[in-house]
Design a protein around this ligand. Structure first.
Ligand SMILES: Cc1cc2nc3c(=O)[nH]c(=O)nc-3n(C[C@H](O)[C@H](O)[C@H](O)COP(=O)(O)OP(=O)(O)OC[C@H]3O[C@@H](n4cnc5c(N)ncnc54)[C@H](O)[C@@H]3O)c2cc1C
Length: 336
């Protein structure tokens, strides 16, 4: 069931994360008829973060649309953030089409057709003069490419500790996600082993998390193998390559928390060029965020290509203003 194709939105935003919402608010405030489309729910990535996580950022740095984010906590929880972004969407009466995956885009500047599939597999097409792409990076894990990675017991997302009580769990990775998951699992009764290819936890681990994980490792409460990699995963075991040689451990579950990356194939399919010399950053004008494809703007973490730790909510939330400024001039011309 398609939108009546005579409906032409001024702006269609792909991705209802914090960045997409901020962009839609700015476009709407500039007077443009705006719609947002997301493959999942509102703030789908945040929804899939660990259930009991706490943000690294203080609430005011997560604010969008000039709406205060008040929390009794120094750093808000995932639940508080979801509540906040729901309220923002409600306050600005944002038109969000959830559970519609954008598969491809046809047409060109001034008259794009956005081809989506809903959760029942039905095609829904929508027309828009301009597009903003803010599709994030959390849907595609960085796979290790090791034997056994395809087993169901291997997870690339960590949600909560309860199902792993009393079990042997291997956590792969040395950054925040791995440290937080290892600590949470250990605190809730899992027998945790951590393996990291670096010689110690990564320098990006937050200063309040680092001593906690280091102390658990020093006390032997979490067994850690540094300068080590996972060679093989089987139903009941994992095999590690360590400086002391091969080590085989009994294992029930593996969390491979080795990062995520933007959907580069999707971005390229839009006609946007990725700069191979610059960590696959999509070509886009830093002043307006318009890509090399006229009428297609890029926002949020995707702008930094493979450098997914460069743009986050704190700074990506300002991209919408730059885009709205550009739209103001260009769409006024297009609408005549
Ligand atoms: C555990 C964790 C903790 C973090 N803590 C912080 C923090 O404290 N502070 C901070 O600033 N940042 C933090 N970050 C980073 C931050 O959450 C991300 O950088 C941020 O979500 C990026 O926002 P975004 O809107 O660009 O992308 P996302 O929030 O990922 O939103 C992208 C949206 O696009 C949708 N989408 C993707 N492809 C399609 C498609 N083809 N069709 C339709 N919809 C699509 C997705 O479903 C998703 O809803 C954290 C990240 C993680 C993983």
């Amino acid at each position: 069931m398609s939108e009546p194709l005579e409906t032409i939105y001024d702006v269609l935003v792909i991705g209802a994360g914090p960045t997409g919402l901020a962009c839609a608010i700015d476009a709407q405030r500039a007077g443009f008829r705006t719609v947002i489309v997301d493959k999942g729910c509102l703030c789908n990535s945040l929804f899939h973060y660990p259930a009991h996580m706490t943000f690294f950022t203080t609430p005011e740095l997560l604010e969008i649309g000039d709406m205060p984010f008040s929390s009794p906590n120094q750093k808000p929880s995932r639940n508080e953030a979801l509540e906040y972004y729901r309220k923002v969407a409600e306050h600005y009466a944002l038109d969000v089409r959830q559970y519609h995956t954008v598969d491809r885009v046809s047409g060109s500047d001034g008259d794009f057709v956005v081809h989506t599939t809903d959760r029942f597999g039905r095609g829904v097409n929508m027309r828009a003069r301009k597009l903003i792409v803010s599709t994030g990076y959390y849907d595609l894990p960085n796979y290790l490419g090791i034997p056994g990675e395809e087993l169901h017991k291997v997870r690339h997302y960590y949600h909560e500790p309860h199902p792993f009580f009393g079990l042997n769990v291997l956590v792969i990775g040395g950054k925040n996600s791995a440290a937080i998951a290892a600590l949470d699992l250990w605190r809730h009764g899992a027998k945790v082993t951590l393996v990291h290819r670096g010689s110690e936890m990564h320098r990006h681990v937050k200063y309040w998390i680092l001593p906690d994980i280091n102390n658990r490792v020093a006390n032997g409460e979490i067994k850690a193998y540094f300068n080590s990699t996972v060679e093989n995963i089987s139903e009941d075991e994992v095999t590690l390559a360590t400086p002391q040689g091969e080590v085989t451990l009994e294992n029930h579950f593996v969390f491979a928390l080795t990062g995520y990356h933007p959907d580069f194939a999707f971005i390229e399919k839009l006609g946007v060029i990725l700069d191979a010399e610059n960590d696959r950053c999509p070509i886009c004008d830093p002043a307006t965020h318009e890509s090399n494809v006229p009428g297609i703007y890029l926002a949020g973490v995707i702008v930094a290509g493979e450098r997914t730790n460069e743009i986050f909510i704190e700074n990506g939330r300002f991209h919408g203003k730059l885009i709205a400024d550009s739209l103001r001039s260009k769409l006024a011309v297009a609408a005549v």
